[in-house]
Design a protein around this ligand. Structure first.
Ligand code: GCB
Length: 632
């Protein structure tokens, strides 16, 4: 990520106070301030459409120490009749006279590192689900001809944001990014951003009230002040069109489809895409909608290296809008299905995968850095994986980008998990927004091959309507990838397991979770028969069982490494008999925190189905799966 040059943009106050030169510079720049502040004082309650590839813009990070106040009864937001109060904490008020009564003070409150989850930062908050307020001060040095977006990588779950006491916006959903234009709320010199974060669970939320992972609260991903021109590239897409027929002229060329959208509906802007290594440079003019409609760029097939796990080739791509340019690294590949096969770049591929939660490699807590992503993905590669299922919500962008660089394909999912409030229109809108932002953030990542819209949802008409509409909608946003969801199996008789799910008609890949050996007897594995009556590729999106690292015993003794090892041996033999199996993502790379897993001495609030302990120690079953993948 680019760091801003101090002085021409925003930096947090401790830094700017350091040098006299900076102060001088600040004064000079402030001199131009007054001509530029827009007269408009409107501020959006809801977020603007997400800016794509935020990492390419000049930005200033607000990472660091933020003051926080734990607010169990939301005193800072409601009065004693539970009506929103205008005296709320967002005012960051200070007593002006000796007799003034103000019962909070951010500056005297403790600090916490952001980004992070509060559960692992303050031991009093380990189990806490409720409201915490955060405050950060920073210096603003506004500039001519630019706007400022306040960007959050993710905040779990519900958050309200104020800048200098004025509302910047509200956002719901714990794993997707969002941004507000705060230009009109800024002032020269010291500014503050105050965020009220609430991670209480509700039945109508996405995810719903119960789920099998830790409900880490807080500002869990990067917070950035992003410098943009008033008209900027809100989104663009650059991807390879499907494989040409092997015969004829067509095969000498491949086609890259390019499209773009501005944040404003303005015609006549010049958008240039260039890929120097491929000698591509083309300019397009936006239409009245501010769009560059999908345009085709031909490139000689022999010059184009395709992205694959063996050769995760990324091209430097520059996209210019009028006089400003941003850079991206883009890989080109195709992903399709043919009957029961998945084809990467036209060739059948077996997805050797593993599921992952977004937790630190060493112990619990949310993960956000590239280094931690690298560690987790290196373990996946050691296991022999070419694929990861990022369960059960969109993971941070560093994770996806690092996987792309390392040649690891990705399944990315929204948290429509278990029993969502299918009949509630607001729940649908929420899920749809999370799907939109997941796709908006990552649709130029070559390694993402599957968008997953759900996990283990109970069959019903309402659920089919809800998820069917989500699947159709996902295709309107992105028709270059496969759609799937982790389904549940239904038994036809004791040893015949059938997969019948109406959602079959909406997905490209039929995926299901099964737990023979854990939630049913492992000795059933050799007797099982699978009926999957669809001519589509099949992924077993979960199987596995728990073991405590270092606990040894007989193979029928639950929680021992030997039990888990045997479970894997039996399951893998069973999987080999499934017709059309195109891949698997066993549950899960490493142990992860879950409030559902309370058995003392064994679970201690960890789901122990990891092939590695929560600290990354390998269990015996790791080697069983590794060996199986070596043979695939
Ligand atoms: C599942 C869920 C996953 C759970 C897992 C388990 O089917 O999809 O989120 O953690 O089972 O351990 O039971």
């Amino acid at each position: 990520m680019k760091s801003t040059s101090v002085g021409n943009f925003f930096v947090s106050s401790p830094q700017i106070k350091k040098t006299r030169e900076l102060e001088m510079m600040t004064k000079r720049i402030v001199a131009v301030l007054f001509g530029i502040v827009s007269a408009s004082c409107m501020y959006a309650e809801s977020a603007l459409p997400l800016i794509h590839n935020v990492m390419a813009y000049e930005s200033s990070s607000l990472a660091g120490d933020w003051n926080y106040i734990v607010d169990v009864q939301e005193e800072g937001y409601y009065d004693y009749r539970m009506n929103p109060t205008r005296w709320g904490f967002f005012n960051n008020a200070k007593p002006k006279r000796p007799e003034d009564l103000i019962e909070y003070d951010f500056d005297k409150s403790a600090t916490m590192r952001i980004p992070s989850d509060w559960n692992t930062q303050d031991e009093r908050l380990f189990f806490y689900e409720g409201t915490v307020w955060f405050k950060k001060s920073f210096q603003a040095v506004p500039m001519q001809d630019y706007r400022t977006l306040l960007y959050f990588g993710a905040v779990n779950y519900d958050c309200h944001v104020w800048v200098n006491g004025k509302k910047a916006g509200h956002h719901v959903g714990g794993f997707t990014p969002f941004n507000f234009d705060i230009s009109d709320l800024l002032r020269e010199g010291e500014n503050n951003v105050i965020v009220k974060v609430d991670n209480k669970r509700h039945r109508e939320d996405v995810p719903t009230q119960i789920f099998d992972w830790w409900n880490y609260g807080g500002i869990t991903r990067d917070v950035l002040l992003v410098k943009v021109t008033p008209v900027y590239l809100e989104d663009y897409s650059c991807s390879l069109t499907p494989t040409p027929s092997p015969k004829g002229e067509g095969s000498k060329y491949r086609t890259i489809a390019f499209s773009a959208r501005l944040n404003k509906k303005e015609a006549g802007h010049k958008v240039t895409v260039s890929i120097p290594e491929l000698k591509i440079k083309q300019t397009f003019i936006t239409d009245a909608e501010g769009h560059v409609q999908c345009s085709m760029i031909n490139v000689q097939s022999k010059k184009l290296q395709l992205w694959s796990p063996e050769n995760p080739k990324l091209y430097q791509v520059q996209i210019s809008l009028d006089a400003s340019t941003i850079a991206d690294e883009i890989g080109f590949r195709t992903i399709e299905t043919r009957d029961k096969q998945i084809l990467l770049n036209g060739q059948p591929v077996f997805l050797k995968g593993i599921c992952l939660h977004e937790e630190k490699p060493n112990g619990g807590g949310r993960v956000n850095s590239t280094e931690d992503a690298h560690t987790l993905l290196t373990w996946a590669k050691e296991l022999g994986c070419n694929f990861v299922r990022l369960a059960h919500y969109p993971h941070n962008e560093n994770m996806v980008r690092e996987a792309e660089r390392m040649g690891i394909m990705v399944w990315s999912e929204i948290p429509c998990y278990w029993t969502i409030a299918w009949k509630n229109p607001a729940t649908f809108d929420n899920a749809r927004q999370q799907l939109t932002d997941m796709i908006r953030r990552d649709h130029n990542r070559a390694n993402i091959i599957i968008w997953s819209i759900a996990n283990e949802t109970p069959h019903s008409k309402e659920r089919d309507t809800f998820l069917g509409n989500l699947a159709k909608y996902a295709r309107t946003l992105d028709n270059t990838r496969l759609i799937s969801m982790a389904m549940e199996v239904t038994g036809a008789s004791t040893y015949v397991t059938r997969l019948t799910d109406n959602m079959n008609e909406y997905v490209d890949v039929v995926s299901f979770n099964q737990y023979v050996g854990w939630y049913r007897d492992v000795n059933d594995a050799p007797k099982m028969r699978w009926e999957i009556p669809y001519n589509k590729p099949v992924i077993i999106s979960e199987f596995g069982g728990g073991a405590k690292y270092g606990l040894h015993g007989a193979k029928n003794q639950r929680w021992t490494e030997e039990f888990q090892e045997n479970l894997y041996i039996q399951n893998l033999a069973m999987l080999d008999k499934i017709e059309g199996l195109a891949g698997t993502t066993p549950w899960i790379l490493k142990d992860f925190r879950s409030p559902r897993r309370v058995l003392p001495g064994i679970q201690d609030y960890y789901n122990r189905k990891g092939l590695m302990s929560d600290k990354g120690e390998k269990k015996k079953a790791f080697y069983v799966l590794k060996k199986w993948y070596e043979g695939k």
